[in-house]
Design a protein around this ligand. Structure first.
Ligand SMILES: Cc1ncc(COP(=O)(O)O)c(C=O)c1O
Length: 364
């Protein structure tokens, strides 16, 4: 079976309307989950054997389940946006489906067909659409599809049973401080992913590997960590959960190229397109931290920003490290940063023309 039809079992105990509305008033990122979830099962030699929407609840798991021991886990992050007319849309879902397939290949998990991925989002929204907030203050429903090795077996080999699940949580802005430039900690001596490793896969272990540096960063007042290439600690890769861009005085925009060690960010790809649409020169290439330092000092680099589904676009003020600081923590958000952010969120909320057909309607 390649595309099982979804069986739906509604929750007998959904959150009362008043409680849900109170959560949607001021959602805290990842703190409250909706009433239902999707569960699809894959078995070796049979393929995807079932697809269901069930009430949200704990996963019953045997202590020998492979994911708990060998870390075969991958995930995605995608948002549902409510438009002014009440309809619900998502952004480039086929790209998230493809990235989940790429992650699955790298982590020896089964690939979920693109149609099944998109259908899983539609099915969840069909029952939990009222959890998508009104389009104010950048509120959205953050959807977290994930896949785990769910075979009860101790032994290092790829699991013969896997589960794909989807949960969702209403969210407000990722950084609560408004559009203020963030300070970023340079992870020196602590790599996230190396050549031939798992950097391009969206797998839990990459995030676990980033937390030690992130904790160091928190202690230094930084909200994110920047990873450099692990071999030489020279070239900029990406943040713990975002890609990065640098804007030069002459109008060029530079972002690290996809060399297999960083995530193929869908926001990154969209911004590359929007930047080119404006007739600006976009360079996807290696960029050294020393080039950034020199560029900021000479005034050649005029804006820096980070991007991802969760935080959209966030200006970067400074990079801090044990070797000193680069940039200005009080820098004003740059002109291009602000205007790209406005354009992208406008497309997502349906107030700016969707020239590239990025939006996908999940529900009327
Ligand atoms: C490590 C990492 N880099 C970049 C991104 C940005 O990717 P996207 O724009 O697809 O959300 C994310 C977020 O998913 C991430 O976790």
């Amino acid at each position: 079976m390649t595309n099982p039809t979804f069986k739906v079992t509604l929750s007998s105990n959904p959150k009362p309307d008043a409680e849900r509305e109170a959560i949607l008033e001021a959602p805290v990122f990842g703190a409250n989950l909706t009433d239902h979830m999707v569960v699809c099962v894959w078995q070796k030699d049979q393929g995807w054997t079932s697809a269901e929407v069930v009430p949200y609840g704990p996963i019953m798991m045997d202590p020998s389940a492979a994911v708990l021991h060998y870390g075969q886990e991958i995930f995605e992050g995608i948002k549902a946006y409510r438009h002014q007319d009440g309809s619900i849309h998502t952004f480039r879902p086929a790209d998230n489906a493809r990235r989940l397939q790429l992650s699955a290949r790298r982590m020896a998990l089964p690939e979920l067909p693109t149609e099944m991925f998109i259908e899983s989002l539609r099915q969840l929204i069909a029952v939990d659409g009222k959890w998508v907030p009104q389009p104010v203050n950048e509120k959205t429903l953050y959807i977290r599809p994930f896949e785990i090795a769910a075979e009860n077996f101790l032994g290092v080999r790829s699991a013969h049973r896997a589960e794909y699940r989807v949960i969702a949580s209403p969210v407000g802005p990722y950084f609560t401080g408004g559009l203020k430039p963030i300070s970023i900690w340079l992870a020196l001596g602590s790599a996230r992913a190396g050549k031939g490793g798992t950097g391009e896969a969206k797998t839990g272990g990459n995030y676990a590997a980033s937390l030690m540096a992130q904790n160091e960063g928190y202690e230094q007042g930084c909200s994110q960590v920047l990873f450099l290439d692990p071999e030489t600690e020279t070239y900029i890769e990406e943040l713990g959960g975002m890609n990065v861009f640098f804007v030069f005085k002459d109008g060029r925009v530079v972002t690290p190229d996809l060399d297999g060690t960083i995530l193929r960010g869908i926001t990154r790809d969209s911004l590359c397109q929007l930047i080119r649409d404006r007739g600006l020169e976009l360079e996807e290439r290696r960029i050294a931290i020393d080039e950034v330092k020199a560029g900021l000092e000479s005034g050649e680099i005029v804006e820096m920003f980070a991007c991802g589904t969760a935080a959209v676009i966030t200006p970067i003020g400074e990079f801090k490290s044990k070797n000193g600081n680069i940039g200005n923590p009080n820098a004003e958000p740059g002109e291009l940063t602000v205007s790209l952010r406005k354009e992208l969120t406008g497309i997502q909320y349906g107030t700016v023309e969707d020239r590239h057909n990025w939006m996908f309607k999940l529900s009327d």
